[in-house]
Design a binder for this molecule. Structure first.
Ligand SMILES: Nc1ncnc2c1ncn2[C@@H]1O[C@H](COP(=O)(O)OP(=O)(O)OP(=O)(O)O)[C@@H](O)[C@H]1O
Length: 619
C-alpha cells in the first residue's frame, strides 16, 4: 500500500512541476493526504481511503505542458478538473485511469488530437473540452455512461461520428469548430470535409454498403471542387498559393493554434489574402500592418504557417509564441473584449502606441485587423516575466535566487519607462469616452518582461482599446483607492501600481491587486504600513535579499519610495519623474562578503548581471 501511495505522491509532484506553479509547490508538501482518510490536505486534491480520488485545480493561471503519462499512477482517480487555466500541449493518456467519471479540461490551450484513450473510459459521465485548440476528428465515443459532453470552440475537423451517444447531444456541444460537420451540428458534410485521412476514429459501420454511391458523390464533388478552385485561381493567384501552403503543412502544423486557423477562415470569408510580398491585395480588411520603422522580417503567411506555443491567458486575450521559419520568434496577442472600433480608429490607437519609443518599453511590431480578429504582434522577451522571476519555483531545488542588484535594476528600468510614458502619454483617439486613463493603466509584475539584458514594460496604454466595464474589472489602476472610493483615475493611479510592484520586489509576496486567478495575494500597501507602524520593518524583506546585509540601506530607501507611492490620497504620491530620479540615486552596494553568502547560487541570475550595465547606459 505504501508503495502505491508513494507513486501517487510522485505523480502529483510531477504534475506540480509541469504546471510551474509556486503555490502548488509550497502547498503540496505534507504526506497527510495519504495517511488520513478523506482529509484533503493538499490544495485541490481529495483522497478516499488514502488514495487520490479527485484533482481539482481550476482558475489558477496554470501554464506548462502535462506529459501523457503523468497521471498513470493515479489509478483511483475519479474526478479531474483543470478548468480555466493556460495549460498547453497535447492531452494526457487516460488509459490507466479507468475510474474517471468526470473530466473538465475546458478553457485551456490544449492542442493536438482528442486522446484516443477517452472512449475507453467505461464510467465516464462528463467530458468538458470546450475552449481549447484541439484539432483532428472526434473519436467515436459510445459509452452509455456519458451524459455531458462539450467540445465546442476548438479546431476540430471532419464528420461527427454517428454513434448513439454522440448523436444524443445537441449542436451546442459541437459549435465553434468551423470545419466540423454532420449531425448534430448544423454544418452539413461536403465530400472534402468527409476526408478522414487524419481521422483518429473508426468509421461508422455500414459505410461499405454505400461505398459505390459515396464514390459517385465523391467524384462529382471533386469535379465541383476543382471547378470552383479554378475560378478562385483566376480571381486571385495568391489564393492558390495560400491553399497550397495550407495543404502542405506538416503534421506538426496541426498543432498550430486555433487562432491561426480562425484567421485563415475569417480571411477566406472576407475574400482577402495577403500577397507574398506582404502588401494587401484585397482592400483594407484582414491585413497585417507593420508599424513605421519596423523591419518586415515576415508576412502574414509566415505567421499562419509558424508553429505556435501558448504563453498564457491574459485579461484581454491569449498570447502565443510564434516561431516564424527563417525569421524572428514573435508573440501574437489575440485581443478580446474590445470596444467597437473601426479599422481607422484601431489603427490610430496603435500608431499612437508605436510612436512611443523607449529602450524599456516593449515595442509593437505589427497588428492585424479584421472584423473577427484583432491581433498584436510583439517582440518576444526570451526570459519570461518578473512575476515568475519573483515567485516561480520557490521552495524547489531549481530556484535561482533573485538578488538585490537584479531587483533594483528592474525597479530602475520600470521607473524610467513609466517616467517616459508619463511625459509622453499617447493621446486617446476614441471619441466615445471622456475618461482620463493613466498612461499605462495595467502595470504589474507579469507585464514586466525580461529579455536577455533588457527589462521591458509591456501592455501599456491598452485601456482605450478595451471596453470600459471590462477594463474597470480587470486593470490594476482600477484597483487603486481613488477608483474604488471615488471612481477617479489619474497618472497617480499608475504611481500607486508602481508602488505595489516595488513592494512585490521587496517583500517577495504576491500583490492581491494583480495576482493571477486562483492565487491569493496580500494587500501589500496595507501590510507594509502596518509593519512599519508596528516596527517589525526588518521582517518585510524577502529572505533572498534580506541576507544581503550590506544592501539593507538601499533596500530601506526603495521601501520608503514604495510607501510614498502607495499613499491613499493620490495628491500625496510623488510623480513618476521624482520617483525615477530617486531610484537612480540609490547606489548598488553589495559587499563581496554578501556575495559569498550567496555562494549556493553564485550565478545570482543571468538577468541581474547583464541587465545592470545596459540599463545603466540605456537612457
Ligand atoms: N512579448 C512577450 N514576450 C514574452 N512573454 C510574453 C510577451 N507578452 C506576453 N508574455 C507572457 O504571456 C503571458 C500572457 O500575457 P498577457 O499580457 O496576455 O497576460 P497577463 O500579463 O497575465 O495579464 P494582462 O492581460 O492583464 O496583461 C504572460 O505570462 C506574459 O508574461
Amino acid at each position: 500500500q505504501n508503495g502505491i501511495q508513494e507513486a501517487e505522491r510522485e505523480a502529483l509532484l510531477a504534475l506540480a512541476d509541469e504546471l510551474n506553479n509556486s503555490f502548488l509547490h509550497n502547498n503540496w508538501t505534507s504526506l497527510n493526504c495519504y495517511n488520513i482518510v478523506m482529509t484533503p490536505y493538499w490544495y485541490g486534491v481529495k483522497c478516499t481511503n488514502g488514495r487520490v480520488a479527485e484533482v481539482v485545480l481550476e482558475n489558477m493561471g496554470l501554464t506548462g505542458k502535462i506529459r501523457p503519462d503523468t497521471l498513470f499512477n493515479l489509478t483511483e482517480l475519479s474526478v479531474l478538473s483543470l478548468k480555466n487555466n493556460s495549460i498547453s500541449g497535447n492531452m494526457m493518456d487516460f488509459s490507466q485511469n479507468q475510474k474517471l467519471t468526470q473530466i473538465d479540461m475546458s478553457s485551456n490551450m490544449f492542442d493536438g488530437l482528442i486522446s484516443n484513450s477517452l472512449p475507453g473510459l467505461a464510467f465516464l459521465e462528463s467530458l468538458q473540452l470546450q475552449d481549447n485548440m484541439l484539432a483532428g476528428s472526434i473519436p467515436a465515443f459510445n459509452q452509455s455512461s456519458l451524459k455531458e459532453f462539450n467540445v465546442s470552440n476548438n479546431g476540430l475537423t471532419g464528420a461527427i461520428p454517428n454513434t448513439k451517444v454522440l448523436q444524443s447531444f445537441n449542436s451546442s456541444s459541437f459549435s465553434g469548430n468551423p470545419q466540423l460537420c454532420g449531425s448534430p451540428s448544423y454544418n452539413p458534410c461536403s465530400p472534402s470535409n468527409n476526408d478522414t485521412s487524419s481521422d483518429n476514429s473508426p468509421k461508422p459501420s455500414g459505410v461499405s454498403r454505400f461505398a459505390p454511391i459515396l464514390l459517385v458523390i465523391d467524384v462529382v464533388g471533386f469535379i465541383v471542387v476543382v471547378f470552383l478552385f479554378m475560378i478562385y485561381c483566376r480571381k486571385s493567384k495568391q489564393l492558390s498559393n495560400a491553399m497550397n501552403m495550407r495543404s502542405s503543412r506538416p503534421v506538426e502544423g496541426v498543432r498550430a493554434e486555433k487562432a491561426v486557423q480562425d484567421i485563415e477562415v475569417s480571411q477566406r470569408s472576407e475574400g482577402y489574402v495577403e500577397s507574398e510580398g506582404g502588401e494587401g491585395g484585397g482592400g483594407e480588411r484582414g491585413k497585417l500592418t507593420f508599424m513605421d520603422g519596423v523591419e518586415r522580417g515576415f508576412g502574414l503567411h509566415d505567421l499562419l504557417k509558424a508553429s505556435a506555443e501558448g504563453l498564457g491567458k491574459g485579461n484581454f486575450g491569449n498570447c502565443y509564441k510564434a516561431m516564424v521559419d527563417d525569421g524572428p520568434a514573435v508573440v501574437v496577442k489575440r485581443l478580446r473584449d474590445l470596444r467597437p472600433l473601426s479599422h481607422s480608429e484601431f489603427a490610430k490607437q496603435l500608431q499612437a502606441l508605436a510612436d512611443l519609443k523607449h529602450p524599456n518599453l516593449l515595442p509593437l511590431l505589427a497588428y492585424y485587423y479584421s472584423k473577427e480578429e484583432k491581433l498584436l504582434v510583439h517582440k518576444l522577451a526570451s526570459n519570461g516575466n518578473v512575476y515568475n522571476r519573483i515567485h516561480g519555483g520557490r521552495g524547489t531545488r531549481g530556484r535561482v535566487p533573485f538578488r538585490w542588484t537584479a531587483r533594483l535594476s528592474v525597479a530602475r528600468a520600470v521607473a524610467r519607462a513609466m517616467d517616459y510614458l508619463h511625459l509622453n502619454p499617447p493621446k486617446s483617439t476614441t471619441t466615445t469616452t471622456t475618461t482620463i486613463f493613466p498612461p499605462h493603466g495595467n502595470l504589474k509584475s507579469s507585464n514586466v518582461l525580461l529579455d536577455n539584458d533588457l527589462v521591458l514594460v509591456s501592455d501599456y496604454s491598452l485601456a482605450s482599446l478595451i471596453s470600459l466595464p471590462i477594463a474597470a474589472q480587470r486593470m490594476v489602476s482600477y484597483k487603486s483607492p481613488e477608483f474604488q472610493n471615488y471612481k477617479r483615475l489619474s497618472k497617480k493611479s499608475d504611481v500607486w501600481s508602481f508602488g505595489c510592484l516595488l513592494l512585490e520586489l521587496l517583500t517577495g509576496r504576491v500583490s492581491a491587486h494583480s495576482s493571477p486567478p486562483g492565487v491569493n495575494g496580500v494587500d501589500l500597501c496595507g501590510w507594509v504600513h502596518r509593519a512599519v507602524r508596528e516596527e517589525w520593518t526588518a521582517e518585510i524583506f524577502d529572505v533572498e535579499i534580506a541576507v544581503q546585509r550590506s544592501a539593507t540601506h538601499s533596500m530601506l530607501r526603495l521601501l520608503q519610495i514604495a510607501i510614498r507611492c502607495c499613499e491613499k490620497a493620490p495628491e500625496k504620491r510623488p510623480d513618476m519623474a521624482e520617483v525615477a530620479r530617486e531610484i537612480e540615486n540609490i547606489k548598488v552596494v553589495v559587499d563581496s562578503e554578501d556575495s559569498e553568502d550567496l555562494s549556493q547560487s553564485i550565478t545570482d541570475d543571468s538577468m541581474s548581471m547583464s541587465a545592470t550595465p545596459s540599463i545603466m547606459n540605456g537612457h
